[in-house]
Design a protein around this ligand. Structure first.
Ligand code: ADP
Ligand code: BMX
Ligand code: ZN
Length: 292
């Protein structure tokens, strides 16, 4: 395949690019996720995003937030997509582009890309995105774990705090409700009320005490998640991505919190090698894996 039209559908942004045989990311474009429960709003946004790229590719590969099963997106936490619960992703992209293609969960895709960057050293790793939500992807024995219904790796919906905030998935106290960009925003009060996580990080850099507490709370939650994952999977490495996960200083806070756990829970932790392109590249690599 010469060019793959790779697409990353997140709760905050939609990104698309052409990915060539050498994993070069070309003509990358990004627009905000519209956030509406009406599927045609997402369809129109994708159409605008893909129009200049679709004629230059042989197939598409989509990494998307939500459970992806049989090409259909089902939200675990519909609030991350403005209330959208279901979207026929692969059918919609086939009609829109006239191309064949595949889709998988965004964090599963990113895990697959990050595994390729590490594969000479390890067979078992976990990727965590701290972004609009908290997502995860598990590679075990060199295999990406998707699960029979696409749910494998939904690490944002394991329990962080039984008395914590109710998550959009319906459970109380999920990691996502505490640690995600939206979780940080929801916990902010007074001078930071309603601010995006991005803005709260700016206040953190400027020494705001509440911002420091909110970001530490998120990092603490992610460190405990990593300790749990280590105990469950015996993974050799954990990779952190997403705009919150990659924000300056965040991974150091997580490492600091993790160092307080018993050494049996400690594990190598690094920022995503492919940064914000991990989802796009993972989808392209997965398409090559399943279509060729
Ligand atoms: P998506 O969830 O669409 O994949 P991101 O990975 O960009 O997108 O995550 C979006 C979340 O990250 C939002 O909560 C946003 O406020 C926050 N964010 C975006 N940019 C930054 C930044 N530079 N520093 C910290 N947080 C950020
Ligand atoms: C949510 C869930 C996951 C996703 C994760 C990160 C939805 C719509 N998404 O836990 O499938 O992997 O968020 O998604 O239920 P992102 O948008 O933050 O990248
Ligand atoms: Zn949840």
């Amino acid at each position: 395949m010469n060019n793959i039209l790779a697409i990353d559908i997140g709760g905050t942004k939609l990104a698309a690019a052409l990915v060539d045989n050498h994993l070069n990311v070309k003509e990358r474009r990004e627009i905000p996720t519209p956030g509406s429960k009406n599927p045609s709003v997402l369809e129109n946004a994708l159409s605008d995003l893909l129009r200049p790229l679709k004629g230059k590719a042989d197939c598409f590969a989509a990494a998307s937030t939500g459970i992806i099963c049989d090409g259909v997106l089902t939200a675990v936490n519909p609030a991350n997509l403005g209330g959208l619960e279901k979207f026929p992703l692969v059918d919609c992209l086939k009609k829109m582009t006239g191309l064949p293609g595949i889709a998988l969960n965004d964090a599963q895709a990113a895990a697959w890309a990050e595994y390729q960057a590490l594969r000479n050293q390890i067979q078992d790793m976990v990727f965590i995105t701290v972004s609009t939500g908290v997502g995860g992807g598990i590679v075990s024995d060199g295999q990406l774990r998707i699960g029979t219904k696409g749910l494998a790796g939904h690490l944002g919906h394991v329990l962080a705090d039984p008395y914590g905030p109710v998550c959009g998935c319906g459970r109380r106290g999920c990691v996502e409700a505490v640690a995600s960009g939206r979780g940080i925003t929801f916990a902010a009060i007074n001078e930071l009320e309603g601010f995006s996580a991005k803005t709260i990080f700016v206040h953190y850099a400027n020494g705001n005490e509440q911002a420091r507490m909110l970001i530490r709370r998120s990092a603490n939650c992610i460190s405990r998640l990593i300790a749990d994952i280590r105990m469950i999977t015996d993974c050799q490495h954990v990779v952190l991505g997403g705009s919150v996960g990659l924000a300056p200083g965040y991974i150091d806070l997580v490492k600091d919190e993790l160092s307080a756990e018993p050494s049996v829970c400690s594990v190598g932790l690094s920022p995503a090698y492919y940064r914000n392109n991990a989802g796009i590249l993972g989808a392209a690599l997965w398409a090559e894996h399943v279509l060729t």
